[in-house]
Design a protein around this ligand. Structure first.
Ligand code: ADP
Ligand code: 5GP
Length: 203
C-alpha cells in the first residue's frame, strides 16, 4: 500500500494524544510527526517524543532555513512541522500522523493535496473540554482560559475536515480513530490515480 497522511486536529484538551496513544498498537506501521515548539514542556513531556522544544530564535532560524512544511502561532507560541522526517516517512510508504491545529491543517492540505485525510476531535461539550483541561493539571487558569477561547474559534473550522470524532468514551473514540487511520491508508491522491490508470490500461 502507498504512503498516507492523516491530520488530527481539535482543541487543546480534546484528547488527541490520549487517542493516538490508545490506538498506536492497532494501526500498523506509522510515523507520528513530532512538532517543534517554543512553548515550555509540560510535566512528563519528553524532548523528541512529544515535541522538539526550542527557543524563539532557534524556531525563527528554522523558518528562514525553510525547515518547516508548515508552522503557525498557537496560543502565543510557535508550532511547526519539520519537512525532512515527514518526506522520509512518506518515501518509506508509511502512514504519517500529524497532531496540528486548524491553520496547520490548511497548510498541509495545500502542500500535500488530495492525499490528506483529516479528523477533528472534540469532547462532547465546551464545558467538558474545560473540565478536562483543569483535570490535566498542566496549565494555569490563564492558559486554560486562552485554550477554551481558542477552542470556540477552532470548532468553526469543522466543515474543513473529513471526519468528526466525539471523544466521550475513550474506547469508542479510539475505535473511530483506528477506522479513520485504515481509511487514510486506502486514500489515493489524484497523481496516484492517474499513474494507476495508466499502468492498468497498458497491461
Ligand atoms: P490533547 O492532546 O488533545 O491536548 P489530552 O490527550 O492531553 O488532549 O487529553 C486532555 C485530558 O483529558 C487528559 O488529562 C486526558 O487524560 C483526559 N481525557 C482524554 N480523553 C478523555 C475521555 N474520553 N474521558 C475523560 N477524560 C479524557
Ligand atoms: P499543545 O500546546 O496543547 O500541545 O498544542 C496546542 C495546539 O497546537 C494544538 O491544537 C496542537 O494540535 C497544535 N500543534 C501542535 N503541533 C503543531 C504543529 O506542528 N503545527 C501546527 N500548526 N499546530 C500544532
Amino acid at each position: 500500500m502507498s504512503s498516507a497522511v492523516l491530520v488530527l486536529s481539535g482543541p487543546s484538551g480534546a484528547g488527541k494524544s490520549t487517542i493516538i496513544n490508545a490506538a498506536a498498537d492497532s494501526i500498523g506501521d506509522f510515523y507520528f510527526s513530532v512538532s517543534t515548539t517554543t512553548r515550555a514542556p509540560r510535566e512528563g513531556e519528553v524532548e523528541g517524543r512529544d515535541y522538539h522544544f526550542v527557543t524563539k530564535e532557534q524556531f525563527e532560524e528554522g523558518i528562514e532555513n525553510g525547515d518547516f512544511l508548515e508552522y503557525a502561532t498557537v496560543h502565543g507560541n510557535y508550532y511547526g512541522t519539520s519537512l525532512l522526517p515527514v518526506k522520509e516517512a512518506l518515501e518509506q510508504g508509511k502512514l504519517v500522523i500529524f497532531d496540528i491545529d486548524v491553520q496547520g491543517h490548511r497548510l498541509v492540505r495545500e502542500a500535500l493535496g488530495s492525499k490528506v485525510v483529516s479528523a477533528f476531535i472534540t469532547p462532547p461539550t465546551l464545558e467538558e473540554l474545560e473540565k478536562r483541561l483543569k483535570g490535566r493539571e498542566s496549565d494555569s487558569d490563564d492558559v486554560i482560559a486562552k485554550r477554551v477561547a481558542n477552542a470556540k474559534i477552532e470548532i468553526e473550522a469543522l466543515d474543513e475536515y473529513d471526519f468528526l470524532i466525539i471523544n466521550d468514551s475513550i474506547k469508542e473514540a479510539k475505535n473511530a480513530f483506528i477506522s479513520i487511520a485504515n481509511a487514510a491508508r486506502y486514500r489515493m491522491s489524484r497523481e496516484e490515480n492517474r499513474e494507476f490508470t495508466k499502468k492498468w490500461l497498458s497491461q
